[in-house]
Design a protein around this ligand. Structure first.
Ligand code: AMP
Length: 289
């Protein structure tokens, strides 16, 4: 496995692989890798070559967010990539990605209006811009994204469609700790007490799923129940809990279609996200009634 830091080196290697007719799978990450990332790298193994980018992208962080403290450890990440079967790591410095006079951005309306788009203004502009750049550098056949960041997955799918990018976007399931907490690089911020408290997120979402499965169609009631459960945890502070269509990320009130129930919750100072997707067909339900 090779580690490179410049765009030119990546281009040279990719050119060579393409000359040999090899297919390329790509996994963009911000590093501090865990089994969630490794599951994407393993899924990308369906291609001949697997490229992983490790880049804490400054332009997707707000001024009061954790860009400076975001965990970084390239040696540790290298081991994780090796273990999962990556062929190339692209780990650029910010200056390699953004010239001092950089001024071109990819901006989206619609799927970025709600959830994290609302709580983190400018976040998805940063994400879409860096993912476009990375796609242009790596030119992958397929790129792998986790459902852990369900809005991001929907946004990237829409962006590739709207901009006629030929890379196929593959969504991968959420990998969790044994007790249910969604794996995240940010879990390392939690102390023991917060780590226990953080469980309230996946547990409450699970209860919400059960309520829908038991036939509740009023999503406002479901969201209300999830919020009540989370609010019982003193260390938890809700940023949002919301029901949206999983593709358009537009708010929905009734359980119909592909429903995304997404939550962002502060545990102490750490903002964690989690979600589930459930499909419902209201017409079927009424036929069965
Ligand atoms: P990040 O390094 O947090 O930017 O994440 C890089 C990619 O890994 C994104 O596509 C995430 O959705 C995905 N990812 C992060 N955590 C998980 C997880 N627990 N399960 C599955 N995918 C994940």
């Amino acid at each position: 496995m090779k580690i490179v830091k410049t765009v030119n080196e990546v281009r040279e290697i990719i050119k060579n692989w393409k000359k040999q007719g090899l297919s390329i799978g790509f996994v963009p990450t911000m590093g501090y890798l865990h089994e969630g990332h490794q599951s994407l790298i393993r899924a990308a193994g369906e291609n001949d070559k697997v490229v992983v980018s490790i880049f804490v992208n400054p332009i997707q962080f707000g001024p009061n967010e954790d860009f400076a403290s975001y965990p970084r450890d390239l040696d540790r990440d290298t081991e994780k990539c090796n273990e999962a079967g990556a062929d190339l790591i692209f780990a650029p410095e910010a200056s390699e990605m953004y010239e001092p006079d950089f001024c071109t951005f990819v901006n989206m309306n619609g799927p970025t209006d709600e959830l994290c788009g609302k709580s983190r203004p400018g976040h998805f502009k940063g994400v879409c811009t860096v993912v476009s750049k990375l796609f242009n550098i790596v030119t992958p056949d397929k790129a792998y994204f986790g459902q852990k960041d369900a809005q991001q997955l929907a946004v990237i799918r829409r962006m590739t469609r709207d901009l006629s990018i030929s890379t196929e976007i593959v969504g991968c399931p959420i990998i969790r700790e044994e007790d249910g907490l969604a794996k995240s690089s940010r879990n390392t911020y939690l102390n023991d007490e917060e780590r226990k408290a953080a469980l309230v997120i996946s547990r409450s979402l699970n209860e919400g799923r059960k309520i829908i499965e038991s036939g509740e169609n009023d999503l406002n009631k479901v969201i209300g129940q999830i919020k009540l459960l989370i609010e019982k945890e003193p260390l938890a502070k809700i940023d949002y809990v919301k029901a949206v269509n999983a593709d358009s990320i537009q708010p929905i009130n009734t359980a119909d279609g592909k429903i995304l129930i997404a939550a962002a919750v502060y545990i102490g100072k750490t903002r964690l996200i989690d979600n589930f997707i459930i499909e419902r067909n209201a017409a079927d339900d009424s036929n069965n009634a």
